[in-house]
Design a protein around this ligand. Structure first.
Ligand code: AMP
Ligand code: MG
Length: 407
């Protein structure tokens, strides 16, 4: 039995990043950037109006209640023809180039058209430079905008588009093959009877794999039969990552571990001091990383998040860890009676300017219902008793926590 930290470190030591490839920008969502992306132009490329109103000359800023004559128009995509002169204003629209000589943009609400319609009156005293984004104020030509290892989300796609990247270099996509084992497992179309249950891990682990960037290969379900298990597992050894669900414990029908060894998998560890997720097997076969995950559905999900997702991300060249951590204030007391690190599901919300955690009454490692409500797993050391109001570390789950961070 090894600690969570050393288990995670051993896995990352075995990861080899896959060769990068070029994809279309539209197909890059969720991939990991494999190049440094710089601005090829000044951003914005011209001094840009941030409001609809009037561009006024720098010399006219200090004159209050000025009347200015209208000398033209600048709109997005069509600049005004000539530089601005003192005592003149140009009607300007958001996104339009601000003409040379202009010192501020005055919003239309802060102006009045003169009765003859030929000029405007400025009703306020504008600040120099207001509502003008100077050329290069967001980025200069040559500045790095995104670094390699950045996971591409919608916000990163905006930056790539800004830099004109119609194609982008990304880390290779790992192929993840899944074998689900258990005599009791039935397809979802069946109503389970006589001690059988629905296979929840198959669809769940697929979703976890795909959301961590894997190409999913479904090897299907297999019965607890040594020969059948062996045949399935050996098929999966062609993938970058082989994941087996169930059959990794010490029961009479748990064939995964001995079979992996027979197939020549070099087993690195067979148990981790963490709850849920203790019976986790990790090994290496050639260039394939092999994970045997516990069949209990919450254990399988947590073990995937702790062990498989970081490996998938690292194979793609990712920098961040998939799940950030944060300190949370416990809203209720929490007790870990186990002799290993417990990860306890909780709802997390902001309260009193802090992240506050309400432990969920989980019924254990099969309780996917409570797990689906959890925003975080609270880390409780072996034997720990924490009072309400005390601070604990938590692993943040789900898509709401942003772009990942250090563990
Ligand atoms: P195992 O790891 O095979 O000993 O299974 C531990 C528990 O998880 C047992 O209660 C199994 O019935 C259950 N289980 C195993 N595989 C799955 C699965 N794919 N979907 C739902 N429950 C499972
Ligand atoms: Mg089983």
């Amino acid at each position: 039995v090894i600690t969570l930290k050393s288990a995670q470190a051993r896995i990352l030591e075995e990861v080899r990043a896959l060769p990068a490839e070029t994809v279309e920008l539209a197909g890059s969502l969720g991939r990991v950037l494999a190049e440094s992306v710089s601005a090829d132009i000044e951003v914005p490329p011209f001094p840009r109006a941030a409001m609809d109103g009037f561009a006024i000359h720098a010399e006219d800023i200090r004159r209050s209640r000025t009347r200015l004559s209208l000398s033209g128009e600048s709109r997005a995509g069509a600049a005004s023809a000539s530089p601005l002169r003192p005592r003149e204003a140009v009607r300007i629209m958001t996104g339009a180039p601000v003409p040379p000589g202009a010192g501020a943009v005055v919003p239309v609400e802060e102006t009045r058209v003169t009765p003859d319609g030929a000029g405007i009156e400025i009703l306020v005293s504008p600040d120099p430079g207001q509502h003008i984004a100077p050329a290069g104020s967001e980025a200069h030509k040559g500045d790095e905008l995104l670094a390699p290892g950045h996971v591409i989300d919608a916000a990163a796609i905006a930056v790539l588009a800004l830099a004109g990247k119609a194609q982008v270099r990304v880390g290779g996509r790992p192929e993840l093959a899944l074998v689900v084992s258990g005599d009791e497992l039935r397809p979802l179309s069946e109503r389970p009877a006589d001690g059988t249950i629905r296979d929840t891990n198959g669809p769940t682990l697929r979703a976890l794999a795909e959301s961590a960037g894997a190409r999913f290969v479904d090897l299907g379900r297999v019965r607890d039969d040594r020969e059948l298990v062996r045949a399935k597992l050996s098929q999966g050894l062609d993938a970058d990552i082989l994941v087996a669900s169930g059959g990794v414990s010490a029961g009479d029908y748990d064939f995964v571990k001995p079979t992996l060894k027979e197939l020549g998998v070099r087993v690195s560890f067979e148990a981790v001091a963490v709850k849920p997720g203790k019976p986790v097997v990790f090994g290496v076969h050639g260039r394939t990383l092999v994970f045997g995950l516990p069949g209990n559905p919450v254990s399988a999900q947590v073990a995937f998040a702790l062990f498989v997702a970081p490996a998938l991300l690292a194979m793609q060249g990712g920098r961040a860890r998939p799940h950030p951590r944060a300190d949370v204030v416990l809203a209720e007391p929490l007790h870990n009676r186990a002799k290993r690190l417990a990860l306890m599901p909780a709802r997390v919300q902001r309260g009193d300017g802090l992240l506050k955690a309400w432990p969920l009454p989980s019924r254990g490692s099969a309780d996917v219902v409570r797990h689906a409500l959890a925003d975080a797993l609270i880390e409780m050391p072996p034997g720990a008793e924490a009072a309400a109001g005390s601070v604990a570390a938590a692993i943040l789950l789900g898509p709401r926590w942003g772009r990942g961070g250090p563990w």
